[in-house]
Ligand binder design. Structure first.
Ligand SMILES: Nc1ncnc2c1ncn2[C@@H]1O[C@H](COP(=O)(O)OP(=O)(O)OP(=O)(O)O)[C@@H](O)[C@H]1O
Ligand code: SF4
Ligand SMILES: [Mg+2]
Length: 337
């Protein structure tokens, strides 16, 4: 099934995806009717506060949600026309790494201290070669891996290749993970908070290298962050998430210069300036709603400075507002006031 807003040229088209978690306290509705598409070579950023469902979305695409508790209630995840929710496990393993690469926030949870950095790159290159049916000799793969570490501007790539994670700084480990994700030459790279654990200077440096690498490789990117500044430094298109829903999407320029949703506007006003701490989201006290007990109407209503009676009774759906933009708000014009 392909939604009306998706095109056949899309690499990834998520259609009406709803995911629940079954917990002892009840059912958490973590994703609700998510629609998004990513075309070849496109860089798309997903931004939203902690707990709004960004990581669950990334994991659901890659089939990494815990099978016992996660329930795909509705929707499809079309990867080049193939619904990943319906494919066999073997096919999903093939897609992961070789077709869709991934970088996650905390390198230490993914890097085993007993394996060298190089072994992760070799594993990714081997996996890709197996799928492509290529028979390059081991030496070629080592050279390819070291070249890649060099492209990530690691000062001594040979030494990094032979180092264990404990011998590398946080920034170096993150570069190794990015290199391992890129080594498989995937068409799409999903990066979930790839630089959050790093200090601001290293973060900016790595994002710059990351943006240049994916651009030169022609890779599509889905970059996830709670930090709008990070998203803006890499992505052409921005999707804003709130409590399991997408509330706004559009080109970076449009979304940043004229936010249509009050939540987006608040996020923009809270972006820290260099050397200043992040400001609280203006005009928005409170937190995202309890996913066990969601309001009947707009999920943002309790924090919205423009909420009207309709907002408490009906849930606004994402709808086009011209120029490829979409917003889920009954009164988007209020956002400019
Ligand atoms: N395995 C799980 N079982 C139950 N609930 C879960 C599970 N994983 C995530 N959740 C819940 O789903 C919601 C969304 O979590 P998610 O990790 O996607 O948020 P996020 O937007 O990535 O936040 P952050 O910015 O902190 O990484 C949260 O309420 C979280 O507690
Ligand atoms: S629908 Fe209503 S409550 Fe929700 S964001 Fe728009 S104005 Fe605010
Ligand atoms: Mg997360």
């Amino acid at each position: 099934m392909t939604g009306p807003m998706h095109q056949s040229s899309d690499l990834l088209a998520v259609d009406g995806l709803s995911v629940d978690f079954r917990t002892f306290d009840g059912t958490l509705n973590v994703l609700d009717g998510i629609n998004l598409s990513i075309g070849a070579g496109e860089t798309v950023g997903i931004v939203g506060e902690s707990g709004c469902g960004k990581s669950v979305l990334a994991k659901s695409i890659l089939g990494l949600l815990p099978p016992r508790t996660a329930h795909y209630r509705a929707g499809a995840i079309n990867w080049q026309g193939e619904n990943l929710l319906k494919v066999k496990r073997g096919r999903l393993r093939q897609v992961r790494g070789a077709e869709i690469g991934m970088v996650f926030q905390d390198p230490m949870t993914f890097l085993d201290p007993l394996y060298t950095a190089g072994s992760y790159l070799l594993e990714a290159i081997n996996h890709r070669d197996q799928i492509d049916g290529r028979t390059s000799v081991r030496h070629d793969r080592r050279k390819e891996a070291i070249d890649l570490l060099g492209r990530l501007q690691l000062a001594d790539p040979e030494r990094t290749f032979d180092s264990y994670p404990g011998q590398l700084s946080g920034g170096m480990r993150q570069r190794v993970l990015i290199a391992a994700a890129i080594a498989g030459n995937p068409k799409l790279l999903i990066a979930d908070e790839p630089t959050t654990a790093l200090d601001v200077t290293v973060q900016a440096q790595i994002l710059h290298i990351f943006a240049n690498l994916v651009k030169s490789a022609g890779m599509s990117v889905m970059l996830i962050s709670h930090d709008l500044g990070v998203i803006a430094s890499v992505c052409q298109r921005i999707l804003v998430m709130y409590a399991g829903t997408i509330v706004e999407s559009g080109s970076k320029r449009d979304v940043l210069s004229a936010p249509a949703h009050p939540y987006t506007k608040g996020l923009i006003e809270a972006v820290p300036r260099l050397g200043y701490p992040q400001k609280p989201i203006k005009g928005m006290s409170g937190q995202i709603p309890n996913l066990l007990d969601l309001p009947k109407g707009c999920r943002f209503a309790a924090r919205c400075p423009h909420a009207a009676a309709q907002c408490h009774n009906e849930q606004p759906r994402l709808r086009p507002i011209g120029d490829g933009r979409q917003v889920a708000c009954f009164f988007p014009e209020h956002a400019d006031g």
